[in-house]
Design a protein around this ligand. Structure first.
Ligand code: COA
Length: 380
């Protein structure tokens, strides 16, 4: 073994973990593509359902295939009573991501074991998970608020049905479209931590429910999902537009990070950000501005003025939290909403992993000692 073989890369940074044809990022040029389609095109012309099909099958659906998928998703949103009962038995004050992880695992106990090499069975499992995730989130939200969970509306798509189930009112077209586009934007993002977690669990040939529950666990961590939750807390802490310049001065002076700016991969604008920014403008243009939105605009100006030349711009999370709040989504549901989109990507990676699987077994660099002397417990 050469010394180079023994070089440890914290976080496996830059080490290829899989060959994949699902999504593509060029961080220097600000490009994101799903199956070769630019994210801008998909956001403008497509829908979350169509993107699910694209990610899972590698091509756009025909209108018959898309109608079939919509019908199957609507059917699969009617969850077994037993899993809803389990959601209702969870403590009301837990984090909704912990509840989601538990309830997806519970749903797995109610399904037949999926043969990952059976194409139709694996497709059905993907559809069930994409359909179930938003309903499980809404079910926990209703449970903790002591509300009844509305029945899913078979006439609505994923985004509109979710808004219906958490708000108890059918959303207007613009609200439904804004959430639909947000779901399109978050559906896959190459080899991030939760996708890697999904692929590691998939490589053991565990069932897709375990794959998905593990990925939810990885997404729960504040270093992965959750940045948009912190953006909103930050805007609330700033308190007013007048306070923005001094707050930024203090933050940058203390070498602190402004939440919602910069990106590990994109060294130019995050291509998802301007898409959501445009929709945010449209939403607040129609509904009227709010103090939080005004603070966000002032913060965007100030930080871009000070850090723009370093390549630090607002990222997708800067706008998503502001939008989700306006759509009536509670702050601690922001990461679950991320999960209800990313489940499509996780499932596409599960299927891809199964096509050419080898169990993950990386190496460690041992840094401990040898030849330790055992002393009996009574003599220690
Ligand atoms: N606020 C203030 N300064 C920032 C910043 C931010 N949000 N993001 C980057 N910078 C600074 C860095 O500290 C660095 O400064 P230096 O030149 O004095 O060392 C410089 O800008 C270049 O940073 P860069 O290398 O491009 O970013 P990174 O890879 O170190 O960090 C993040 C990337 C995402 C971790 C970082 O931008 C961050 O913490 N952002 C806030 C959290 C967030 O919104 N996360 C969601 C991402 S989708």
């Amino acid at each position: 073994m050469t010394p180079k073989d023994n070089q440890y890369k914290p976080g496996l940074a830059g080490i290829p973990a899989a060959e994949s044809s699902i999504s593509y990022i060029d961080g220097d040029k600000g490009v994101l593509e799903y199956r070769g389609f630019p994210i801008e095109t998909l956001a403008e012309k497509s829908s979350f359902e169509e993107v699910c099909w694209l990610l899972l099958h590698g091509k756009l659906p025909t209108s018959k295939e898309l109608d079939g998928l919509r019908a199957e998703l609507a059917e699969a949103r009617r969850l077994p009573d037993a899993v809803l009962e389990i959601v209702r038995s969870l403590p009301r004050d837990g984090h909704p991501m912990a509840a989601l992880q538990a309830s997806i695992a519970a749903l797995g106990t109610m399904q037949e074991r999926v043969d990952p090499h059976d194409v139709r069975a694996s497709e059905v499992a993907c559809i069930r998970l994409i359909a179930a995730t938003p309903v499980l989130i809404a079910a926990y939200d209703a449970h903790r608020a002591g509300r009844d969970l509305p029945e899913p509306d078979a006439g609505l798509d994923t985004a509109a049905n979710f808004l219906w189930m958490i708000n108890g009112a059918a959303p207007d077209d613009l609200s439904a479209r804004v959430l639909d586009v947000a779901l399109v934007l978050h559906a896959d993002h190459t080899m991030n931590a939760s996708t890697f977690a999904a692929r590691v669990v998939a490589s053991t040939e565990a069932d897709p429910y375990s794959v998905c529950a593990s990925a939810v666990g990885a997404l729960y961590g504040p270093l992965h999902g959750g940045a948009n939750e912190r953006v909103l807390n930050q805007l609330e802490a700033i308190g007013s537009t007048d306070a923005v310049p001094s707050w930024v001065e203090e933050q940058l002076g203390a070498k602190g990070k402004v939440m919602g700016f910069g990106h590990r991969v994109y060294k130019t604008k995050d291509p998802r950000a301007p898409i959501l920014q445009g929709l945010t403008r449209e939403l607040f243009g129609k509904r009227g501005t709010t103090p939080i939105y005004d603070i966000a605009l002032a913060l965007e100006d100030e930080v871009t003025r000070r850090l723009g030349e370093k390549g630090i711009y607002p990222n997708v999370d800067f706008f998503s939290g502001i939008v989700y709040q306006e759509l009536g989504i509670a702050t601690d549901l922001f990461t679950p909403v991320f999960a209800m989109s990313r489940v499509a990507g996780w499932m596409a990676h599960w299927r891809e992993q199964m096509q050419d699987n080898r169990i993950f077994r990386p190496r460690q660099v041992f840094v401990g000692g040898h030849g330790a002397t055992y002393t009996d417990v009574a003599s220690r």
